[in-house]
Design a protein around this ligand. Sequence first.
Ligand SMILES: Nc1nc2c(c(=O)[nH]1)N[C@H]1C(S)=C(S)[C@@H](COP(=O)(O)O)O[C@H]1N2
Ligand SMILES: [Mo]
Length: 320
Amino acid sequence: MLIRRAPLIPSSEITPERVYRQRRELLGLLGLGTVGLLAGCGSADTEAPAAKAAPTQPLGPYDTAEARTSFEQASTYNNYYEFGTDKEDPAKYAKNFKPRPWTVEVSGLAENTGMFELDDLVKPAPREERVYRMRCVEAWSMVIPWMGVPLAKVIEALKPTPAARYVAFETLYDPARMPGQSRAVLDWPYREALRMDEAMNPLPLLVTGMYGRDLPNANGAPLRLVVPWKYGFKGIKGIVAIRFLEDEPLTTWKSLAPDEYGFYANVNPTVDHPRWSQASERRLAEGTSLFNSRIPTLPFNGYAEQVAHLYQGMDPKVLY
Ligand SMILES: Nc1nc2c(c(=O)[nH]1)N[C@H]1C(S)=C(S)[C@@H](COP(=O)(O)O)O[C@H]1N2
Ligand SMILES: [Mo]
């Protein structure tokens, strides 16, 4: 996401016909059909017979039948600029980061403010596993089983006042522990936020683990946010502060490049990034590499049914 670097999209990633057909077959087996998922693929889709829909239980928004990204892939290909800007850097340079003990400062327009031990902060709800698609604004994506508690449950326990319209998050600022912060690539600390009704939707998770284990340092240990219908940069890592605010705060990527990264950052295949298309994505999953797996991007990353109502009447360009 370095703003001056052009996206690396070699022609070799264009889906070979054979792989494309295999995927159609797989989708058929899974009972997903092809029309909705592959509608973006154009004319190639029309000559093949419609896949037979197998009787499958719909999995619902908290799981998916799509191939998962492996733990190895998800924990070694990361964006976490506090530990360097290359995808391999976080795994390398966060290896010795100590994520415990950890406290989170809650402040602003709420009844329960103050310093919280991490375990106390996430106590209001049992930890659950949810398998979400994660779509980076750079047009790659993963399918990850996260462990965490619904953000809405944590917020309820903090009792924001009616004046609170936004909830903001901040990453640890500690250049001695986060070597990437000694370079001015971002305006540290990393900052993100949600509108309160977005935050109270059941989908956002405050994540403390993945793949049944503690969250790796490279993925934001010990506490990060996951908002599956938004571009990955909204999923702030290494959270040490939560603030309830009346006005929309300035978030890190928006402050750096407001024409390229907005506050809402909802996944939208019809609104291109100024320097690349958002119509499709490279899916990094078990059995695939980033270069053979281009699939169409779905509105709200496939979570429209859960969240589209939050944005009724708003301009789609604003929502990017
Ligand atoms: N503090 C912090 N949080 C961050 C980032 C970062 O650089 N710093 N990168 C974001 C981006 S761009 C993405 S795509 C996701 C990547 O999460 P992952 O490495 O667990 O896949 O983390 C997001 N959260
Ligand atoms: Mo990202």
